[in-house]
Write a protein that binds this ligand. Structure first.
Ligand code: NAI
Ligand code: MG
Length: 496
């Protein structure tokens, strides 16, 4: 069996594929293994899915290679674009089912999951538009030579994605890789295999040839490691923890020097100046850290507030954070659902205990929410020092710190004093302050008077240890193309 009947509160019964999606078919793993996926809201098993091991990665890579060398090579750019647009349309048509599966497996609110599906479709459609606009250059060196460049696909791409935005990360990876003519073996996170398999059905329905996009469920240490060290994979793209990012780079270096792009962690500063519109700023700061239960690589987890508004800000932010509705993802007014797993719950509670022990003040939260599911109260720490673990390390949960600052120079020093550099934000009504601070912050994305507003047209990625390469926008095409230079002799022989 490679499917199972499941039910969600929002769409009722549906058929959930559980196989490995290889060559447009759902198949069992060669070793016959499977693993369970847990509903983080109830801590109960949802179902089992088939597990890919090294041998299945080999099979998926062979399928992707055959497609790449075969019919896919002959596919016109225009048709590659059409396929992505078809897929985007099908995702929109199935938004309720996809979002329900996402909420079931990941725990995010159904209303927010619907937003994720919309953004995933938008991203795929955007890259569908790029497919027939990938162009080279003619380079004039001298009259005896005609030189031009072509942007060619890299080949078979391994893609390893995390559990915090299962469908959105799926789209971010598939869109630019398909637009540029590559084929794919994508491994989902072991915590959230389900929505990608439902979306895999749509890949077939959209008309993709077999083997172009293969989706496998499996564990990082087995299937993920097999991808990053595979001799038949030309490129690996990864989103997840910095520690695993390093392992992937090492595996790529030790195998075939496959190209590597990485989207890793962050500890992003969110800076509020005295002159900010305080009500707007609090709304964005709240969204910046508590959206997706704090499970965002770009979460605004270090909040710096200028001294003139500090006391007022802390008081108002506390009120705002406690008003966030925590609970059942399928309830209409839920903003924050459970953390993804027992392991993540334990890690986050460990950080909260560290903060308390280090002497930071709990402004609000700091405890479990309820007694079933991996829920944690929105938590704000004040009276922190820069050396505390809760200020230095990525917590990846609904936990932030607030620090008081006096001058721009001082806050810039603190904001940039991190090994990460994914995102940062500044809240001010002074245009000069906004631009000066944006220029001085060492991060790949800067938000002014907003937070967490990503758009598929705008590049996203990390400075420093937050990553290599850029996703989204035109920039992501570079992750999936290589430049070929062709030089043609027009003149006579140069050397007698
Ligand atoms: P992780 O980095 O272990 O998992 C992400 C993906 O990598 C999953 O698909 C996993 O199966 C795969 N993976 C794990 N080990 C691998 C290996 N050796 N080779 C190849 N692939 C491997 O992240 P995890 O443990 O789920 O979360 C731990 C922390 O990572 C979080 O607390 C957070 O700080 C960070 N994280 C960051 C994300 C981001 O969006 N940048 C997303 C998820 C986690
Ligand atoms: Mg799950």
């Amino acid at each position: 069996m490679t499917s199972v009947e499941l039910s969600t509160p929002s769409v009722g019964k549906y058929t959930q594929p559980t196989g490995l999606f290889i060559n447009n078919e759902f198949v069992k793993g060669v070793e016959g293994k499977s693993f369970e996926t847990i509903n983080p809201t109830t801590e109960e098993v949802i179902c089992s899915v088939h597990e890919a091991t090294e041998k299945d990665v080999d099979i998926a890579v062979a399928a992707a290679r055959k497609a790449f060398e075969g019919p896919w090579k002959k596919e016109t750019p225009e048709n590659r674009g059409k396929l992505l647009v078809n897929l985007a349309n099908l995702m929109e048509k199935n938004v309720d089912r996809l979002a329900a599966v996402e909420s079931l497996d990941n725990g995010k609110a159904f209303s927010i999951a619907k937003g994720d599906v919309g953004m995933a479709a938008g991203c795929l459609r955007y890259y569908g538009g790029w497919a027939d606009k990938i162009e080279g250059k003619v380079i004039d060196t001298n009259t005896d030579t005609f030189s031009y460049t072509k942007q060619e696909p890299i080949g078979v791409c391994g893609q390893i994605i995390p559990w915090n935005f299962p469908l959105l990360m799926w789209a971010w990876k598939i869109g630019p890789a398909v637009a540029t003519g590559n084929t794919i073996v994508l491994k989902t996170a072991e915590q959230t295999p389900l929505s990608a398999l439902v979306a895999a059905e749509l890949i077939k329905e959209a008309g993709f040839p077999p083997g172009v996009v293969n989706i496998i469920s499996g564990f990082g240490k087995i299937a993920g490691a097999a991808i990053s060290s595979h001799m038949g994979i030309d490129k690996v793209a990864f989103t997840g923890s910095t520690i695993v990012g390093r392992q992937i780079m090492k595996a790529a270096a030790m195998s075939n020097l496959k190209k590597v792009t990485l989207e890793l962690g962050g500890k992003s500063p969110n800076i509020i100046f005295n002159d900010a519109d305080i009500d707007n700023a609090i709304s964005w700061v709240n969204f910046g850290i508590f959206f997706n239960h704090g499970q965002c690589c770009c979460a605004g987890s270090r909040i710096y507030v200028q001294s003139g508004i500090y006391d007022k800000f802390v008081q108002q932010f506390k009120a705002r954070a406690t008003a966030n509705k925590v609970g059942d993802p399928f309830a209409a007014d839920t903003f924050q659902g459970p953390q993804i797993s027992q392991l993540q719950y334990d890690r986050i509670m460990g950080y909260i205990d560290e903060g308390k022990k280090a002497g930071a003040t709990v402004v609000t939260g700091g405890e479990r929410h309820g007694n079933k599911g991996y829920f944690i109260q929105p938590t704000i720490f004040a009276d922190v020092t820069e050396d505390m673990k809760i200020v230095q390390e990525e917590i990846f949960g609904p936990v932030c710190t607030i620090s008081k600052f006096e001058t721009e120079e001082e806050v810039l020093h603190s904001a940039n004093d991190t090994t990460y550099g994914l995102a940062a934000a500044v809240h001010t009504q002074n245009l000069n302050t906004a631009l000066r601070v944006s220029n001085a912050l060492r991060a790949g994305t800067i938000w002014v008077n907003q937070y967490n507003m990503l758009h598929h047209q705008v590049p996203f990625g990390g400075y420093k240890e937050s990553g290599i390469g850029r996703e989204l926008g035109e920039a992501a095409l570079a992750n999936y193309t290589q430049t070929k230079s062709v030089s043609i002799r027009l003149g006579d022989a140069l050397f007698g």
